[in-house]
Design a protein around this ligand. Structure first.
Ligand code: ADP
Length: 361
């Protein structure tokens, strides 16, 4: 089969989603190798194991059971939201619920139309094609997806120049599940071809506690309720981060020979990862420090990204949302500003930096 995709039974064999380095690199490398194996052991295997995002789950359940009753396939699904919120897990659950096979690939892996057609022609009726980072599908390949999604057919062009021939291919009815961290980058015609558009949002602490408790049971780690809360509160609303933290807490508990994880273990394990009580890590603190140096002068995204040596996208999509949610950073039309709470979070006395006569943000 093409290098662009991998398939697996929806009933739960190990998932081999292809991933590239990128925004997922938050707090460690993008999940690959052992990290991906670890994630797979924790992935929900049934809809009722998937915690939170109730409206999205409900919409998917309804779409799937209605399609099953009609002996048809559900509409194509677009899942958007920051990394680590459960988009891949949901794609897998859709295939499990449909009792079909999940085929996974990523936008950047679909370099040529041939890569896509190679996958499409393998799909059986009702199979799920999961395209992660779908906003990175090249424009030329996107065109092929249009007819595949709408008419379940593609015209493959063979050869070039005078020898070029068009081979029309019929496809089985399949379900496309696209995942994106940048919904705004999808063209309107592309977005319009998805019947279900679901936006995942960061999880409240209580949901993260439920996720951690489930993960702890699977990993056979004893964790006290207050330790689970400590980890949840520092996990930036993100299950992937919560699970990664839990792994480190488990290691520390094991090394300490303790019977179960208590808040002190959680705090110490996270401190060793450079994570503070607000869930801020080094890059967050560097962002706040740059803003604190410009206390009342809004800093543009470009300048901020250059100052901390990160891509603008990464600052905007990975770091800023959490800082905004914590109320440590403000976005204005002229740029970013640190708030008084942001100053306090990095131990800066705003009053001592603020020029005379200027008010606090
Ligand atoms: P995404 O595709 O959005 O980056 P994933 O689906 O890969 O996120 O989820 C990352 C990890 O977090 C997985 O190990 C998964 O088990 C866990 N996870 C995500 N959302 C949930 C949830 N709602 N309930 C339980 N576990 C979750």
């Amino acid at each position: 089969m093409s290098d662009a995709g991998r398939s697996e039974a929806g009933s739960g064999s190990v998932f081999h989603g292809l991933r590239t380095e990128g925004l997922e690199a938050l707090l460690g490398s993008a999940p690959a190798g052992a990290e991906l194996e670890f994630e797979n052991t924790l992935r929900p295997q049934r809809f009722d194991e998937f915690v939170g995002q109730r409206q999205t789950l409900e919409n998917l359940r309804v779409a799937i059971s209605a399609a099953k009753a009609r002996k048809d396939t559900p509409d194509h699904v677009l899942l958007s939201g920051p990394p680590g919120l459960g988009k891949t897990s949901l794609a897998k659950l859709i295939a499990i619920e449909l009792g079909t096979t999940l085929h996974s690939t990523t936008g950047p892996a679909l370099e040529r139309a041939r890569d896509l057609v190679g996958i499409l022609t393998q799909l059986k009726r009702g199979d799920v094609l999961f395209i992660d980072e779908i906003h990175r599908v090249p424009a030329a390949v996107e065109e092929y997806l249009y007819s595949a999604m709408e008419d379940y057919a593609v015209d493959l062009t063979l050869d070039q120049g005078p020898n070029a021939r068009v081979l029309p291919l019929k496809l089985e009815r399949f379900v496309l599940v696209g995942a994106t961290t940048r919904e705004g980058l999808l063209s309107a015609p592309f977005r319009g071809r998805f019947g279900l558009l679901e936006r995942l949002s960061p999880y409240p602490t209580e949901d993260l506690i439920a996720i951690l408790e489930r993960s702890a049971r699977i990993l056979a780690v004893a964790i006290s309720p207050s330790a689970a809360r400590t980890v949840a509160e520092r996990s930036r609303g993100t299950p992937r981060i919560a699970n990664r933290f839990l792994r480190r807490v488990r290691d520390l508990v094991q090394v300490c020979g303790a019977a179960r994880a208590e808040p002190a273990h959680a705090i110490e394990a996270l401190r060793r990862m450079g994570v503070d009580e607000f869930g801020l890590e080094d890059t967050d603190r560097r962002i706040l420090a740059v803003l604190a140096r410009n206390l009342t002068r809004p800093v543009g995204l470009k300048t901020l990204a250059a100052a901390i040596g990160e891509a603008e996208d990464t600052v905007e999509e990975v770091f800023e949302p959490h800082l905004l949610r914590c109320g440590f950073l403000e976005r204005t039309s002229r740029g970013r500003l640190i708030t008084a709470e942001g100053c306090a979070a990095i131990g800066v006395d705003a009053a001592s930096l603020r020029p005379e006569g200027e008010s606090a943000t």
